[in-house]
Design a protein around this ligand. Structure first.
Ligand code: SF4
Length: 237
């Protein structure tokens, strides 16, 4: 039996968004309270520190044109200098072995996977995401790339389509997506939507699992300091 690594390299190659080199790392243990202990996947520029990539707007390779990117004035909740930076450094230091189905498939068995703890799953080839979902016991995922030219529509069978306005949500739903809509504090639920069960019932994503791309349209409210930044991101989107 091989020792359990902290993470695995699931993909190294061109971004499906712009062809630049990216890496997808799955980390096997998580202390994230909102998601619970899910396998977390990190989609990173292979050759650039994540903070540097964000500053230079080279995060387009992993985030596409998501309006929440920091360098474009967005309100992305990911603290890029923390987990993404330390995972990228560990990757560069060779701490994560490349995924080998024979040796590593068991690490996904009975687990749930979060596609895109940082970065957009649609930046990786579909079969890479599909394999993780296939090996595991459930998943969540979110993409901001639905409708883009390069977008592989099969991602809508695995991921919620992120929407920043009710209008966007309706359009995405008409195109067959289940949506994940970020709304302001006093916004109302739209017909057919359910509010995130983390906010209403205190559940973790691990327990809830609604954001699997096929089950429900979900709405989540932004709180606190992010709310005012979100408003401007929404206008700019
Ligand atoms: S609806 Fe469920 S799976 Fe989706 S973000 Fe909320 S708690 Fe997580």
């Amino acid at each position: 039996m091989s020792m359990k690594p902290k993470g695995l390299v699931m993909y190294r190659g061109p971004s499906q968004i712009d062809g630049q080199p990216i890496v997808v790392v799955a980390t096997l243990k998580s202390a994230n309270r909102k998601t619970g202990d899910m396998v977390q996947t990190w989609i990173l520029r292979e050759n650039l520190h994540p903070v540097e990539a964000s500053k230079r707007k080279d995060d387009v390779s992993i985030c596409g044109n998501c309006p929440h990117r920091h360098a474009t004035g967005g309100s992305c909740y990911v603290n890029i200098g923390q987990a993404p930076a330390s995972i990228w450094k560990s990757y560069r230091a060779g701490k994560y072995p490349s995924f080998d189905a024979e040796k590593h498939s068991g690490f996904f068995a009975g687990r749930k996977v979060r596609l895109g703890a940082y970065g957009d799953p649609a930046a990786m080839p579909f079969n890479v995401a599909q394999q993780m979902v296939y090996l595991s016991d459930g998943h969540t995922g979110y993409t901001h790339q639905a409708g883009r030219k390069f977008f592989d529509n099969r991602f809508l069978t695995l991921c919620q389509a992120s929407a920043d306005t009710p209008k966007q949500a309706v359009k995405l739903q008409q195109n067959g997506a289940k949506t994940f809509r970020v709304a302001l504090k006093n916004d109302r639920l739209m017909p057919g939507e359910i509010e995130c069960l983390s906010d209403t019932k205190g559940m973790s994503c691990l327990e809830c699992g609604l954001c699997d791309g096929v089950t429900k349209n979900v709405m989540i409210r932004v709180h606190g300091s992010r709310a005012s930044r979100f408003k401007s991101a929404r206008v700019a989107a």
